[in-house]
Structure formats: structure tokens, C-alpha cells
Design a protein around this ligand. Structure first.
Ligand code: NAI
Length: 342
């Protein structure tokens, strides 16, 4: 089979270290990938480019799939978040973040298996913020029929394909009656008219967060608008060991970008200690997606091997610092490679 083209955005901060580690594991797994490296964020600015170069967007449009390290958006310098821009530019409206326990990774709970589905293009991340008058600033929360309907339909379709049983919407429609009201109205409609066999419930987000930290096993798929999805993703990461172990993917109609939930961790950058697992797990999601869309069983074999290898490494106590271990980024990647079977 010929090699599969993937755009690689190393990103900023720990991004460079963890993408190198992930590339190394993928190469050892037998997956034949041809990487096209492009830039975004601070690293793009440092190379004299825009924060989100057109070339990066066009290359993803062309090759359709990207693996992305976290990108830093300079604060207070008039830059719109590079991540928000990228998701909007490619209309990657559905973010999927599976949150599960891993062997050997201690956490408060051992029964977490939640899929977070986040609307990725609007809400308070509309980017419309301004000063109304001196001392009064405003941020606009946007919800459209189109975006609320398509994310609800996407979530119910996903639930059906993955044989999941229940979708819970976290919302604040008691306060934001119009915007969150539209979000739940569209979800109710899709449930009633298209997917009545999937269980559906609505929980006000503050109570939902309490329920999550009391007993996460009561949730199956969480469907959230943009900001809630961002915040609750990190909360859920805390239920299974932290940001180092939660992968993610952003899907549109034509493209997909796979990236960890975490950011560029400036506090760890350049030290070689960051956990590459969340990005590696995102890469496994990517290989599965490519295996399905290209009907390529070699990629599925490679992704299964990587998954077994990182589970074995964790079970054997090989861990990075965030998980209580001592291995650096590179050594942890080596420990995974040593455990690739077959
Ligand atoms: P962060 O996720 O980068 O870090 C939060 C905490 O988690 C830090 O203590 C960090 O050391 C730790 N952490 C994160 N990833 C880790 C890993 N792989 N291994 C070990 N420890 C890890 O969030 P923060 O500090 O809020 O944001 C830093 C920068 O990242 C900001 O510029 C932000 O805009 C950007 N960011 C980018 C994202 C993306 O590209 N998708 C997502 C979230 C934030």
C-alpha cells in the first residue's frame, strides 16, 4: 500500500517534543505515513509567517487529515486564538474527546468511560468582543439553528455507530434562555424525530459538574456547546489522571484534525518531561479513522499495536512525571516501542 499523507503541525511549547515522540512510535508501529509539516501559533510567527498561515490551512484542505500539537496564542496582542481560527477556517464543528481510565494510572474512579462531544465553532468563542463604553466590555454568545442542529445530529449518529446508550446535554438554558435554549431545543428535536432509541437527558451544567465528580459512571456521551465543552473536558481529564491522558479529534464534513485536549504547557516546555500519551492516543484515533475511510487494514493493525503497547507500558509502571513516574518524553516513547508486539 502506498504511504498515507498526513499534515503534521508540531505546535508550540511541549508540542515539538511530544510530536517527535509520537512520530517515532508511529514509525515503529509499521504505519506508513508521509508527513507534511506545517506551522501555526508562535512557531509560525517566529518563522516570519502569520499566526495561522494560509499555507497551513490549504495543506490540510488538500490532504484532509492533520495531527496537531498544541499551539500557543499570544495573550493580549490582538491575536484571535489560533485553535479557534483553525477550527472555524475548516469548519471542524465536532470535537470528540474520549475520557477513559487507563491501566496503571491511578485516579479517584476506575469506571470512567465518557465521550465528550463539543460544538466547536460558535457560542462565546464567536470572537465578537468589544468595549461598549469606557469600563464596559462585552462578549457575544452566538448560537445558530444550523450549528446546533448539525452537532446534535452528529452526536446522535456517533452514539448509534458506537453503540452508546445515552446522550446528556449540559446547559444553562435556565439563564441563557435564547442561546442555550436553542441548543437544547435542537437536540430534543433530533432525538425525537431521528434517534428516539438513544436515551436523552438534559442537566443544568453546574449540577452536572457536581454529578461528574461524585459518580462519572452515570454519564455516557456528554453533548456541550463550545465553552462548556472546553471546561468540562479538562474537568473530565482530572477524573482519569489528568491532561496527559485525554486525546481528541475535530471533525468537519471534509477534514479532520487530531489533537490532545491539553495546551502547550509552557511550564514544561523544553525540559523533555511532558507526557506524549494524549497526542499518541489522538494519533491512534487518527489511524483508526484513516483505516476506516481508506479501507486500510494495515493502519488498523498499527493502531491496535500502539494501543496494546502503551497499555502494557503503563501496566509495567512506565510513566511520565504527571502520572507519578520518572520517565522523560523520549524514554516513555521508547518504553512503548519496546512493547510493540508482533
Ligand atoms: P495546558 O494544558 O497547556 O497546561 C495545564 C497544566 O497541565 C499545566 O500544569 C501543564 O504542565 C499540564 N500539562 C498539560 N499537558 C501536559 C502533558 N502532555 N504532560 C504533562 N503535563 C501536562 O493549559 P494552559 O496552561 O491553560 O495553556 C497553555 C497554552 O496552551 C495557552 O497558550 C493556551 O492558549 C494553549 N492551549 C492550546 C490548546 C490547543 O492547541 N489545542 C488547548 C489548550 C490550551
Amino acid at each position: 500500500m502506498k504511504s498515507v499523507p498526513i499534515v503534521l503541525i508540531p505546535g508550540d511549547g511541549i508540542g515539538v517534543e511530544i510530536t517527535l515522540a509520537v512520530k517515532k512510535v508511529i514509525a515503529a508501529s509499521g504505519a506508513d505515513i508521509k508527513w507534511f509539516e506545517r506551522y501555526a501559533g508562535v512557531s509560525a510567527i517566529e518563522k516570519g509567517m502569520d499566526v495561522l498561515p494560509t499555507e497551513t490551512i490549504e495543506t490540510i484542505e488538500h490532504y484532509k487529515v492533520a495531527l496537531k500539537g498544541p499551539c500557543t496564542t499570544p495573550i493580549g496582542k490582538g491575536f484571535t486564538s489560533v485553535n479557534v481560527q483553525l477550527r472555524k477556517a475548516l469548519d471542524l464543528y465536532a470535537a470528540v474527546r474520549p475520557v477513559r481510565n487507563l491501566p496503571g494510572v491511578e485516579s479517584r474512579f476506575d469506571n470512567v468511560d465518557i465521550i465528550i462531544i463539543r460544538e466547536n465553532t460558535e457560542g462565546l468563542y464567536s470572537g465578537v468582543e468589544n468595549e461598549v463604553s469606557p469600563g464596559v466590555v462585552m462578549s457575544m454568545k452566538v448560537a445558530t439553528d444550523k450549528a446546533c442542529t448539525r452537532i446534535a445530529r452528529w452526536a446522535f449518529r456517533y452514539a448509534t455507530l458506537r453503540r452508546r446508550e445515552k446522550i446528556t446535554v449540559f446547559h444553562k438554558a435556565n439563564i441563557m434562555k435564547v442561546t442555550d435554549g436553542l441548543f437544547i431545543d435542537r437536540a430534543q428535536h433530533i432525538h425525537k424525530t431521528e434517534y428516539p432509541n438513544i436515551n436523552y437527558e438534559e442537566v443544568i451544567i453546574d449540577a452536572g459538574c457536581m454529578k461528574l465528580v461524585q459518580d462519572p459512571s452515570q454519564f455516557d456521551i456528554l453533548l456541550l456547546e463550545n465553552l462548556y465543552g472546553d471546561v468540562v473536558s479538562d474537568l473530565c481529564a482530572g477524573l482519569v489522571g489528568g491532561l496527559g491522558v485525554v486525546p481528541g479529534a475535530n471533525f468537519g464534513e471534509n477534514q479532520a484534525i487530531f489533537e490532545a485536549v491539553h495546551g502547550s504547557a509552557p511550564d514544561l516546555a523544553g525540559q523533555g518531561v511532558a507526557n506524549p500519551l494524549a497526542l499518541l492516543m489522538s494519533a491512534v484515533m487518527m489511524l483508526n479513522y484513516l483505516a476506516d475511510t481508506n479501507d486500510n487494514s494495515e493502519l488498523k493493525t498499527a493502531s491496535d499495536r500502539i494501543k496494546r503497547a502503551y497499555n502494557a507500558a503503563l501496566s509495567d509502571g512506565c510513566k511520565t512525571r504527571d502520572l507519578g513516574g520518572e520517565l522523560g518524553t523520549d524514554k516513555f516513547a521508547d518504553a512503548i516501542i519496546e512493547r510493540l508486539d508482533g
